[in-house]
Design a protein around this ligand. Sequence first.
Ligand code: HEC
Length: 345
Amino acid sequence: MADTLLLGLFDDVAPAADAIHDLRELGVPENRITVMSNIPYTPKMLGLTPPRQWFLPFIALGALGGAGIAFFITYITPYLYEIHVGGQPLTPFAPSAIMYFEFTALGSMVMAFLSFLLQNRFPVLRKQIYDERITDGYIGVQTQVGDSLLDAAVNVFEANHARILNRESAKAYKSPGMMHLAFWGAVGVLALGAVLTPLLLTYRIVKIPWLDGMNKSPAIGYQEGPRRAEPEGSVPINGPVLIAGQPASERIEASEESVTRGQMLFDINCAMCHGLGAGGDGPLKKYLPEIPALTDTRIQDMSEDEIFLVITLGRNRMPAIGENLTPGETWDVVNYVHSLGATSE
Ligand code: HEC
């Protein structure tokens, strides 16, 4: 092949378009004609058909891949590592929908960008025939022709007033087909490795014995250090709540402060069922008709210890509230309940 590269420089778009037209007449295929310009002329202005674009299949592929990743994260991962949170199903709808949206959008965008690079034959790996005057405003029309068309092509350039005509043997400007393939292959392998390597570790397919010396290294735990004696007269707020089924802590005196604290805690923890003022008329009464008024004589006659136990352990359909209150707070509530006194039968 003794092809020759011709580069003609024009100072206006009209003669450039005419030259392209004449070259096409000669039988030069369109993919052998390249226009270089620092002004973005559309292919139509130059009499060329716009190149075919392949965005849609790439984007569809990206969207599909993104949805696949979302499926993996929202469906496969939770079944591999089952953790139930807040009574939700393992694949809750709303967060999954967000994941699908995000990853599908991300996949399409990445692939749109990639396909743009690919279709523009990025990166440019071969030596380019170029003339610096193109940067200054000339329009370069480059064509590659065989010996048989060479003279005719040169004539076309000259007839259309090409200012400068460069000739180069096409041998030095080989098409970089294989190089491109190698480049994108290497990029693909690297990208795949970058994505898969951490995943292999995350999903414990490759297990590395991470440093877990923390729990083996010598340390002085809280319970081993020197202990200070608690101040005199203090009431334990942690430690066992019950011992042998009975309150482990001593009853708190029913002072005014204790009753006031008890009322605040009662309004927060009990009033939704027993009602403000403990009249047995809280908003949940309609679901639990057996909620009693705590001002009943029967309940007022209960001992402090027993009410403490009812609050801590629950009774029948009354739930255990113990978790929400410290023993001291529970005594405050007991004092408040007793302070109400019996007002009804
Ligand atoms: C979810 C609703 C609900 C909440 C909250 C609730 N209770 Fe009750 N409570 C009940 C029901 C229902 C009963 C009746 C239990 C039964 O059938 O014996 C009851 C019964 C009682 C009794 C009487 C137990 C008996 O032997 O008859 C006391 C005392 C009592 N509650 C105190 C409290 C206190 C104090 C709180 C807050 C710390 C509280 N309750 C929070 C629903 C509730």
